[in-house]
Each structure stands twice: as structure tokens, then as C-alpha cells.
Design a protein around this ligand. Structure first.
Ligand SMILES: [Zn+2]
Length: 295
């Protein structure tokens, strides 16, 4: 290995690239942060993905193992929890079925955590048979309330949106939600559009806006600076999706889907969003699927 390559390789290990920022940020590979104003709500970030965990008197509620393509993140996550508390990890919740967030959870299962997910996530994971990604021990449909050691966590499935198995996780006392990928914070949705349900997602975001919460922990660090989201971010995302949908609908009815829309349609109002150039084609393609194909 040449010296230059070694330096570059080390540099890659030391840097984290946050989604949509288009440039490497000098920051540690992983970090655990207590959410301001709470006693017991934490965010574990590994590279560009993150999950929430809650420490209660009777044990820990963890979410999303975030192990896809980075299996070392999972034991690191468990070690980070152990630095905060000696109490057992009682639950591991899957926010949806998408692998970037929920693959690789076996070390949590081995540590005794009970895995909960939406029933559709179990059906999808059962087909894939990934030995590193255990099936849920328990599934839910529309709603479930989890109570542990004085903490209440409300789990709600709003139907089809970012996926068909996404759960909104809300801490009513703390007025915090953990919601993965349905409402990106400060960025456009990108590859997540591949199996996105456009009309239903708009309806779901409106329902999320109607819930009682102040802060949103996203599944990828908010832009800029890893910030949490607000209701304004949720409204901005809804407006973006509606603008994209309206623009593609007009073009689609002129017969411009797919190629000319993907190459030529622009939404300049959003050009300052950090991943505008890379993510916009995914968004346009998905809305061409809706308005130019009927799907
Ligand atoms: Zn996803």
C-alpha cells in the first residue's frame, strides 16, 4: 500500500460524511449525545445514521441497530449504552424494515432484548432471511403503548408513507418523536424515494404535524450540525413534496416523464438544500411514477 493511499485510508476512517452535506465533516466516527432538557433520552450516531435510546429505571429501550454495511456499529452501540447504564437492554424497536436502519441487530437479541416492529416489517424480513437481522419477537399494527420504568413510549403506524412499516415513536412527557426518513431534517429525501408512497406520505406528515411534540430525532443527522428537527422542518418537507408533486404532475400530463423530467425539471426554491443536486432525480423519478405511470 502506497504511503499516500494509507493516509487517504486513515482519513476516511477518521471522517464522517453526513448525508446531503456533500463534504466530509471532521467529527468522530460515532457519538452518543444526551438530548438537551431530558434526563434519559440519548441519540447514538454512527457515521451518517443514528438511533434513539431511552434509559428507564427498569432498563433500556433501544431503537434501530444501524448495522447495514457497518456491522461494527452494533457492538459499539451496545457498549455506548453500557457506559450510560448497567441496566439491561429490554427492547429493540425497528423503526421500519429498511436495512440501513435495522439490519444487524443480532447482538441486541443475544444481549436479551425483545425486538418489536410493525407486522409488515416482520413479513418483509422473513423473506430475506438475513442471519444478522433477527425477526421481531413481537409485532404491532396501528398503535402500541410501551411502558417501562416510568417512561411511556407511544408507537403509531400511520399507514403507507416512507415505507409500509414505518413507526412514529413518541415520548409524550418529553414531547420528542423519533421518526426515520419520512421527514428528513434540512435535506431532500434521496434513495428513500425508491419505495416511497407519495400521496399517503403527504397525509402521514399532516398527521405527524397534528401530534403533540416539539423536537424530532431523525434517522440521519439533521443539517446543519446534526440538529434535531422541529414542526417547521416537517412543514417544510411537506411543502417540498407538494411542490415537487405539482411540478411533475404538469410535466407528466405533457408527456415529459421520464427522461426530460429527470434531466430538465428543476425546483430552484430548494437549490440551497445541501443535497439538492444528488437527491432531486430520485424525487422526480418517483413522482413520474405517480403522475406519468399511475403508480
Ligand atoms: Zn428508510
Amino acid at each position: 500500500m502506497s504511503r499516500i493511499f494509507q493516509i487517504i485510508a486513515c482519513g476516511i476512517l477518521a471522517l464522517t460524511i453526513l448525508p446531503g452535506q456533500g463534504q466530509a465533516q471532521q467529527q468522530p466516527q460515532f457519538a452518543t449525545t444526551k438530548v438537551d432538557g431530558t434526563d434519559n433520552v440519548y441519540v447514538f450516531r454512527y457515521r451518517g445514521r443514528q438511533a434513539m435510546f431511552v434509559v428507564t429505571k427498569e432498563g433500556v429501550i433501544a431503537t434501530d441497530p444501524i448495522g447495514y454495511g457497518q456491522p461494527e456499529a452494533v457492538p459499539t452501540y451496545i457498549d455506548e449504552i453500557k457506559k450510560v447504564t448497567e441496566r439491561p437492554i429490554k427492547y429493540l424497536l425497528y423503526s421500519q424494515h429498511h436495512y440501513d436502519h435495522i439490519a444487524g441487530g443480532k447482538p441486541f437479541k443475544d444481549a436479551g432484548a425483545k425486538i418489536i416492529a410493525h407486522k409488515r416489517a416482520k413479513e418483509r424480513l422473513a423473506v430475506l432471511k438475513d442471519p444478522a437481522t433477527p425477526l421481531p419477537d413481537e409485532t404491532m399494527d396501528q398503535r402500541k403503548i410501551l411502558n417501562l420504568g416510568g417512561t411511556t413510549l407511544e408507537l403509531t403506524h400511520l399507514g403507507l408513507n416512507h415505507s409500509d412499516s414505518t413507526i412514529v415513536m413518541r415520548l409524550p412527557r418529553e414531547k420528542i418523536i423519533f421518526l426515520v426518513d419520512l421527514i428528513p431534517v434540512g435535506t431532500l429525501p434521496g434513495r428513500g424515494m425508491i419505495d416511497f408512497y407519495p400521496l399517503e406520505a403527504e397525509s402521514s406528515i399532516k398527521q405527524v404535524l397534528a401530534m403533540d411534540w416539539d423536537r424530532l430525532i431523525p434517522g440521519h443527522p439533521g443539517v446543519p450540525d446534526g440538529r434535531l428537527g422541529s414542526k417547521k422542518d416537517a412543514q417544510d418537507q411537506l411543502t417540498f413534496l407538494q411542490d415537487a408533486s405539482d411540478a411533475v404532475k404538469i410535466a407528466a400530463r405533457e408527456g415529459k416523464c421520464w427522461e426530460s423530467v429527470e434531466k430538465e425539471l428543476k425546483l430552484p426554491k430548494y437549490s440551497s438544500w445541501p443535497n439538492y443536486e444528488s437527491a432531486l432525480p430520485f424525487v422526480l423519478r418517483r413522482y413520474c411514477g405517480l403522475w406519468g405511470r399511475g403508480t
